[in-house]
Design a protein around this ligand. Structure first.
Ligand code: GLA
Length: 654
């Protein structure tokens, strides 16, 4: 793409056709150059099986194409029409307790259904044949947010597919018995035929069965994507294919690290949590993770909202300036396109109170004016398109570890997977340091500082990779409840954290989770809550010990020279100032330099094309920020004066 793409989901089928003339006129006024068309139009495109009505879509694409507006064309398979469930009720998904989910919402299909797949692929082929060479076509959009509403289906069709998946994975039922630890609670299986999904059970379901069911379910959704993608590649060669991910902190259903390599373009949907006054921090973390999935290169923000959404408990409108800040946070972290849900606010349906580019009140509105202003600002940033980011710090995350960490029957429900990852990301960001969020199996060789937050489960290979990076000179910070089990959720014996004992020079004998609200004080003035553990030094030095709580005198923060590098361990959940102090010390020790000196609420991130460097400054605070960077500010198109107003932004070409 020559320029930062700007636009959003366009659903003209919800409006009389004459509205399209005004749509295109307003799109041009707003600088829209890419719209996603047809996401929820299956029922209109194929009103009965095998009978297609595509002329209306021809006219939409022709009109957009004539205006020079590009199309991200959906394969329209996100939501099957009512006739599919009516004719094939077995395509409907079922919950763990056997409840069938009915049509009337969206995405009402079982991801393992061959009948759904067959109909979806046929529609996809029909659209690819008709539009594969259309001049307006820029990108194919398979389904929509795959697995958003139907991530895990427990029906009989899914059960049969799960058995096949397990037979493929384990080959022999004896291997499954070993991996699932079925000697426990008399769960031994005599054949794969006896296995069912982890449906509602007495007591608690086998944890490895639960993990494998999540892996299987992610793979089934991915197989649906691949089936459509392969048709698009065959019929419409050269046109890239994507599907919009949901990299956010409240959705963990699909293992996007396994998906990323199957995408031609990584795209993501992100909505700020309105109830969180620091919601911009989650945005920053998720955008860094999305760039990680894109291998450090550019990606597309497929959806965000111009103002409020409709699906949170209190849908707070965006403050003036917030839309620009949020959008630049994404561009700063690699987004080469800023798209929205949706172009025109719906008049009917359950999303009618979701903001849009064209609000119900029309264009004489704050939202419209800010949107047009945003578009003009993005125009001035086009030179960053295609550039990448090279940070010295990586946070290592894994969806499978997230699933495993939050299984039932663990030592404390207060240990949640993302808590430490978010906290360390925020602490680093406040220092003005750019952060990558990547899977442990990424090439870690060039990082100076690795953060391993609550990485409860990991494979031997991942552990070896982290160990090798530290041996070669990196500094690592490992936080509690990391390295505890292998990929089958079997405890690594000999003392916790089994995978990192040598690296950290420690041996943990027993967990001592804290009662809700209890805090512990540390000898260096730090404080923690949630978690403590009976830890012995085995080569490491104690940098701080508990002075109260259940384990006075026991080390809480340790440091261990390992090869050319250093392994740090934080055995309790440090509060914000304590973690900030520890992170500042690690950054110093690892030789990581900030982009410029930072401060809480000020974001400094950098993109580069190898020759030029652009520093993105986003000031979320209500005071002016002084920023020690010199160059040309693309936002104002003038020499950067070193000051960014409260709530303001700058993009400085150094
Ligand atoms: C998701 C979907 C869209 C829309 C928005 C609303 O991102 O992809 O179709 O429902 O949420 O926020």
């Amino acid at each position: 793409m020559p320029a930062i793409a700007f636009g959003g989901d366009y659903n003209p089928e919800q409006w009389p056709e004459e509205v399209q003339d005004e749509d295109v006129r307003l799109m041009l006024e707003a600088g829209v150059d890419l719209v996603t068309v047809g996401v929820f139009s299956w029922a209109l495109l194929e009103p009965e099986p095998g009978r297609y009505e595509l002329e209306w879509l021809d006219r939409v694409l022709d009109r957009l194409g004539a205006a020079g507006i590009g199309v991200d064309l959906a394969t329209a398979t996100a939501s099957p029409p009512p006739w599919l469930a009516h004719r094939h009720p077995e395509t409907l998904p079922a919950t763990a307790d056997g409840t069938r989910l009915w049509p009337g919402g969206r995405q009402a299909f079982c991801p393992s259904s061959p009948v759904y797949r067959e109909h979806a692929v046929r529609l996809c082929r029909t659209l690819a044949e008709r539009y594969g060479a259309h001049p307006a076509l820029r990108l194919w959009h398979v389904g929509n947010e795959l697995g958003c509403h139907n991530p895990l289906c427990y029906c009989d069709v899914s059960a049969a597919a799960f058995r096949l998946w397990l037979a493929e994975r384990y080959g022999d039922v004896a291997e499954l018995n070993r991996a699932w630890g079925t000697a426990f609670w008399s769960q031994r299986y005599g054949s794969f035929d006896e296995v069912v999904p982890p449906r509602t059970v007495t007591a608690t379901a086998n944890p490895t069965q639960q993990l494998d069911f999540r892996r299987f379910s992610s793979d089934q959704h991915l197989a649906n994507f691949i089936a459509e993608r392969d048709v698009l590649h065959e019929v419409s060669p050269g046109v890239p294919v994507t599907t919009n991910f949901m990299v956010t902190s409240h959705i963990r259903e699909l293992d996007y690290h396994r998906w990323a390599s199957e995408m031609d373009v990584i795209s993501n949907d992100f909505y700020v949590t309105a109830a969180d006054p620091e919601g911009y921090r989650e945005l920053a973390y998720c955008a860094d993770q999305t760039r990680g999935l894109a291998g450090g290169g550019p990606w597309l923000l497929m959806e965000q909202s111009t103002s409020a959404v409709n699906w949170q408990p209190r849908n707070v409108a965006k403050q003036p300036g917030e839309l620009l800040r949020n959008s630049l946070q994404h561009v700063a972290r690699g987004a080469d396109g800023i798209l929205f849900f949706q172009w025109r606010a719906s008049q009917a349906g359950s999303e009618k109170f979701h903001s849009a580019l064209v609000p119900h009140a029309g264009t004489d509105t704050r939202v419209w004016r800010e949107t047009v202003e945003l578009s003009r600002t993005l125009d001035r940033l086009d030179e960053v398109v295609g550039s990448r980011t090279d940070n010295d710090v990586a946070i290592l995350v894994d969806y499978q570890a997230w699933w495993a960490c939050e299984l039932d029957s663990h030592p404390s429900t207060d240990v949640t997977y993302l808590d430490r990852a978010h906290a360390v990301h925020a602490a680093l960001t406040d220092l003005g340091i750019g952060v990558d969020v990547v899977h442990p199996d990424t090439d870690l060789g060039h990082y100076r500082l690795l953060v391993v937050p609550t990485l409860y489960s990991l494979t031997d290979a991942s552990a070896a990779r982290i160990e090798a990076a530290v041996s070669a000179g990196a500094t690592a910070l490992v936080t509690y409840f990391s390295g505890i089990v292998d990929e089958h959720d079997h405890v690594r014996l000999g003392g916790y954290p089994g995978a990192f004992r040598d690296l950290l020079g420690i041996r943990v004998e027993e967990f001592y989770p804290l009662r809700s609200g209890d805090r512990v004080a540390l000898s260096d003035g730090s404080a923690g809550d949630v978690w403590t553990e009976l830890l012995h030094l085995a080569g490491a030095t104690a940098e701080a010990s508990y002075v109260d709580g259940p384990l006075p005198g026991v080390p809480a923060i340790t440091r261990h020279q390992h090869g050319e590098g250093v392994g740090w361990y934080a055995a309790t959940r440090l509060d914000r100032p304590s973690l900030a102090a520890l992170v500042a010390r690690l950054v110093e020790e690892a030789g990581v330099r900030p982009i410029a000196p930072g401060r809480p609420g000020l974001e400094l991130t950098e993109r580069t094309d190898g020759e030029r460097r652009w520093v993105f400054v986003v000031n979320h605070t209500d005071t002016e920020a002084v920023v020690d960077v010199a160059g040309h500010d693309l936002v104002r198109d003038e020499a950067f004066g070193g000051r960014v107003p409260a709530g303001g932004v700058a993009v400085v070409r150094r």
